[in-house]
Structures are given as C-alpha cells and as structure tokens.
Design a protein around this ligand. Sequence first.
Ligand code: HEM
Length: 402
Amino acid sequence: MPKDMPENLPFEFFFSPEFSANPYPMYAELRAKGPVHRVDFPPGAEAYVVVDYEHGRAALADPRLSKDINSGPEWFREAVRDGDPILADNMLMADPPDHTRLRKVVQRAFTPRRIELLRPRIEQITAELLDGIAGRGRAELIADFAFPLPIVVICELMGVPVEDRELFREWSGALIDPPIDEKQQARKVRATESLRVYFTDLIAERRADPGEDLVSVLVTSDELDDRELVSTLALLLIAGHETTVNLIGNGMLALLLDPEQFALLKSRPELVPNAVEEFLRFDAPVERGTFRIAVEDMEIAGIPVGKGAFVHVSIGAAGRDPRANAHPDGLDVARQDTRHVSFGHGIHFCLGAPLARLEAQIAFAMLLERLPDLRLDCREDELSWRLSGSIVRSLSALPVAF
Ligand code: HEM
C-alpha cells in the first residue's frame, strides 16, 4: 500500500493489480482523510471519488448528478460516440423523462411478485448444476456453478437461446472489461458488433412471431425504438449475470476464508437471506462503483465539484464505512441493519435486485446443504481476480474440494 497517498489520485491507482486484489485497505486509508477525493480518471478530467456511505448514497440519488453522457464534456461525448456505444441508449445511461420511459416497460417483468414465480425453476437449475459436480470431489465454482446459474436464468427469462451462453460470456466480458490496449479495444469492437447483429435479428424474429418472453414483451410494446431495444437487451443480458456471478463467487470465498462464519451459517440456514445482504456489503459485486456527471456547480462534503465533473461513487468502499456498519472488515452473516449501496440507490436502483437476491439465496442454501464440507482447493494467494480496472470484482476461478 502506498505510504504517501497523492492528493490527486492517478488513474493507474485504480487499475493496479494490487488494488484489484484487495482494494479495501486503500479505501480505508482514503476515507480516513475525507469522504471525497480528486482523481485523475478519466485522465485530465475534473473527477472525484466518493468513498464513504453517507455521501456516496446521497450522490447516487442526487438529481444534480446525471447519468446521461450528454451531460459530460465534449471530448467525452465524442469518445463515447466513437466507441460505438451499444450500452448508451438504455435506462442506466438516461435521466428523466427518458429514464422513466425506458425503465417502466422492463420494470413490469421484474416486480418481486413476478420474480418469486421463478423460484421453482431456479431451484431446479441449481439442483441440476449441483448434481453435475456433487460426485466429483472437486469443482471450479465459478465455471461450474456461479456463472451458469444466472446466465441460464436470465436467458430463459428474456427468451434468449441458452445454447449461446458462451458467446454472451465472451461479448459481455469484452464490453465491461476496460479497453486497456489495442487488443482489448479490438475485442470490444467485435463484441459490440456481434451483440448488435444478434439482437437485431432476434428483435425481427420476435416481431414476426411474438411469444410470452421478455424480448417479445419489449418489442411489441412500441415504447422503445430499435436502438433503445438493442441497448436494453444488451444491458439486461450483461447486468443479469456479470453481477450475480460475483455475488455467489465473492460470498462463497468470504465463507471459505472464515470457517467460524461458515459453520454458523450451516448451523442456522435461516440466516441465508441475511448472509446474502452481508456478502453484498462485504465484497460488493460492482465493487468499483458507478459514475455520475455534475450538471451544475455543487459541493459534496464541502468539496467544490464543477459542472461537467465526473463523480465516481465507490460502492465497495461505502459498504466498509465504519460509520455505516460496525467492524466493517469482518464478515458477520448474522449482522442486522446491514447498510450498503451494492444495488445502487435512487431512481437507478438495480432493477434486477429481487432476481439477484432470490438466485443468491437459493444458491447458498442449496450449496451449503449439498456440499457442507466445501473447502478452498488452492492457497489464498493463488486466487486471481479478473483484469484489473474492471468495474466488477470478479474471481477468475474458485477451485474447491468437498
Ligand atoms: C442497476 C448492481 C443484478 C439489471 C444497477 C446498479 C447497481 C447494480 C449498483 C445501479 C447503477 C447506477 O446507479 O449507476 C447489481 C448487483 C447485482 C445486480 C450487485 C447482483 C448481485 C442485476 C440483475 C439484473 C440487473 C440480475 C437484470 C436482470 C439492472 C438494470 C439496472 C441496474 C436494468 C439499471 C436500472 C436503472 O438505471 O434504472 N445494478 N445488479 N441487475 N441493474 Fe443491477
């Protein structure tokens, strides 16, 4: 950890492998100095990172902070446009009134009541995945369990062919991993084009022959134009699995590294829903957080923020704020009143939160029941995290034995 934290944190700071391996000590060091820090990301721009719970939560719901790329400086708008922004025309990148329109039509499919109806099918998929590994004695929990579960569920919910899941995995990885070099940039361009062609074809198919699935509901609603449709479908597919994989993977790792908490959860399975909230707080799937753009001059925690400045809210840091949660660096599956912003806050609060919670609760309950003596099958320092700089905190692999 750097001894002398620079005042203006360099871009590289957030992209270093050390930071990706364990960002929490650095967040704690920053938070001790103040809730808001200037950061050189994007390089050369006026940008800040918020590392406490109170100001982070407030920033996420502040109408003076926009999600629309058009609120950003000209060079940024151009850069996004040139990058062929398949993900720029959906609710996540919109302010009201567009946000309200784009979210409303999808929201109907994601109410807690509708999601609860998926329970038996999610249990069945989970059981099948566990049947596949139970007799083997070892498994790679990300590839064998944490990835297939949410991708199969979101594909079925949307009405997208499950057989194409490895394609989606590659495309969505290419889109959310940072384009740090030419190779990565080329991969992103290819993935964008492939996703666009894929969804354009699917939209045409469902328009001609609609079914009961979400793609059909969206294409027949006539509330979204074709660009918005492609962008919304890409968002749902990506958000629908990239995040939940990490909730299951990071949560399981936290348990494997804390035998007392693991034993407690096994002895009291009724704590699983509570434990899932704790996993969300303890090692947030979207750890690096999300950004907003100031639409007017303002202050956050007394720090002046100019119109057009970028404000990153560090979701992982907010959950570890000692003013929000006592002993924040300890895992406590029985913790009450867990405070986190791991699903965001305000109008962009995660649309898929009921689904992600249900999937994770079923996954942990069945994993602990079927594989109670699960243990890590490598040294802790052999674990590797996905490409540094990714917004998600994602294990490359989680080898386990049982
Ligand atoms: C928004 C996290 C699962 C769909 C968000 C936001 C966060 C988040 C932090 C807010 C971003 C912001 O304010 O800028 C997570 C986590 C998940 C998860 C941690 C799993 C553990 C899902 C799933 C789906 C989904 C399963 C869909 C099927 C969305 C959508 C939005 C969103 C559509 C945009 C909402 C809006 O802009 O109004 N998610 N998500 N998410 N999430 Fe999730």
